[in-house]
Design a protein around this ligand. Structure first.
Ligand SMILES: Cc1ncc(COP(=O)(O)O)c(C=O)c1O
Length: 446
């Protein structure tokens, strides 16, 4: 059933008062000592507001994260005190903006342990970073009959660029599906690899299944057959320690807006020797060495791939986000999120008629702090609408840019609750109570 209303009619509204948190309604862990969620929430002004008369519970972090005051201040300072174009001017403001922009690049490099900041290319987002590799490396290195191995759980931004490149080059895309536990089948992936495989492109953490892939192993197997690896780290870099040298991946991409930074900026990590051999993706100012009327020569990476005026303020904001995350510690963030992930999964599993996608957490299986789910006979968009309008709980519904995976699972859409370190077990309790109310609301129409 899909009741696609934009606003719930007043006659259908809940009048039931929302339970206020009391010491006894807080989870045991939260009454003992303040958790990371409680200690960091004050840093996020946006979380302290009411939506439709209820306290906001923001559980749409896999789509985008909120920004701490430190990032808002960094953006404000940049525009108020030293806004200027980079790399072009000799004046004070331009030099200061250039230093800040290049410092942000160094911060990204340190954050993911790249050996040189020149291995970091700023892009608009992860999608653009994948397109950069597809158009530059892909069109140059792939030819008819070459194989690119992917999983069916890739985000559209890690599928469509490769389809375009395959159409242009005659390369073949080979997709790995899921095991019975609903994780991408890593053994099947290993068997697919051959001397024809030129590239393996895959996510680190799934934005729908919450599963985590063993990238280090996969990179070893891919390199064994001479293939390169691109890791979509959109859902891992914000949540755990990611070390490109120990993963030994060739390319890795992520977006700033999912890791407490501004929208409009993301990055590509590429091994120096690969970037050095790649042609430009976009042409224009900043990416050239010399321009003649009939031809141009190009700058060294990363400038070669940063045509035009970059997102300077956004880079500064991303740098501030990295300082903020590093100040907390990525290992601490990860450990807290694993606890939240288990609590979310365990609580949601107890709700009748709910189907959660992806593997069950166990001693050996760590899930990310998100759950994609469906409730029998209720459309996920109806659930998300009531949660928002009646309870102030923000979740996402739809295909989460993973239509092939939804099709494989036999569904068109799902609901997704996704957490970050500023969420608490109490947020999960609020979500579960609101979901139970929503289910009884719809059940009353049956
Ligand atoms: C796993 C994954 N890959 C790629 C993307 C694309 O990120 P962006 O839209 O910031 O380019 C997302 C965003 O939801 C994602 O979750």
């Amino acid at each position: 059933m899909m009741m696609a209303f934009s606003k719930i009619p007043q006659s259908l509204s809940f009048t039931r008062p929302r339970p206020r948190p009391t010491a006894s309604s807080l989870s045991t862990a939260e009454t003992q000592s303040p958790c990371l969620g409680h200690s960091t929430r004050p840093n996020f002004p946006i979380l302290h507001q009411e939506i439709n008369g209820s306290k906001l519970v923001y559980l749409d972090n896999a789509a985008t994260s909120q920004k701490p005051t430190a990032v808002l201040n960094a953006l404000h300072d940049y525009y108020e005190a030293y806004n200027s174009n980079v790399h072009r001017g000799v004046h004070f403001l331009s030099a200061k903006a250039t230093d800040a922009y290049e410092l942000a690049r160094k911060k990204v490099a340190t954050f993911i342990n790249a050996s040189d900041s020149r291995e970091i290319v700023f892009t608009r987002n992860a999608t653009e970073a994948i397109n950069l590799v597809a158009y530059s490396w892909g069109l140059t290195n792939l030819k008819s009959g070459d194989e690119v191995v992917l999983t069916i759980a890739e985000h559209h931004s890690n599928v469509v660029p490769w389809q375009i490149v395959a159409q242009k080059t005659g390369a073949v895309l080979k997709f790995v599906s899921l095991t019975d536990d609903e994780v991408p089948d890593v053994e099947a992936l290993r068997e697919l690899l051959s001397k024809n495989t030129k590239l393996v492109v895959l996510h680190h953490v799934s934005n729908m299944l919450a599963s985590v892939l063993p990238i280090e192993d996969i990179v070893l197997w891919a390199h064994d057959v001479g293939a390169k690896v691109l890791v979509d780290a959109c859902q891992s870099v914000p949540h755990m320690v990611v070390d490109v040298q120990s993963l030994n991946t060739d390319f890795l991409v992520a977006s700033s807006h999912k890791m407490c930074g501004p929208t409009g900026i993301g990055f590509l990590y590429g091994k120096s020797e690969l970037l050095a051999a790649m042609p430009p993706f976009l042409g224009g100012g900043e990416m050239i060495a010399d321009v003649f009327l009939d031809h141009s020569t190009y700058a060294e990476p990363p400038s070669r791939f940063e045509a035009g005026t970059p997102a300077i303020g956004e880079a500064v904001g991303l740098g501030a986000a990295i300082d903020y995350l590093s100040g907390i510690g990525m290992q601490k963030i990860h450990e807290y999120e694993v606890e939240l992930a288990n609590y979310l999964y365990g609580s949601l599993r107890e709700v009748p008629n709910v189907r959660i996608y992806g593997p069950a957490p166990s001693e050996t299986v760590t899930r990310a702090a998100l759950c994609c789910f469906n409730v029998e006979d209720i459309h996920p968009t109806d659930i998300a609408t009531i949660l928002d309008q009646q309870h102030g709980v923000a979740i996402r519904s739809g295909h989460h840019c993973a239509q092939p995976l939804h099709r494989y699972l036999g569904i068109n859409a799902s609901a997704r609750a996704s957490l970050y370190f500023y969420n608490t077990k109490h947020d999960v309790d609020e979500f579960i109570n609101a979901l139970k109310d929503t289910i009884s609301f719809f059940s009353s129409f049956k």
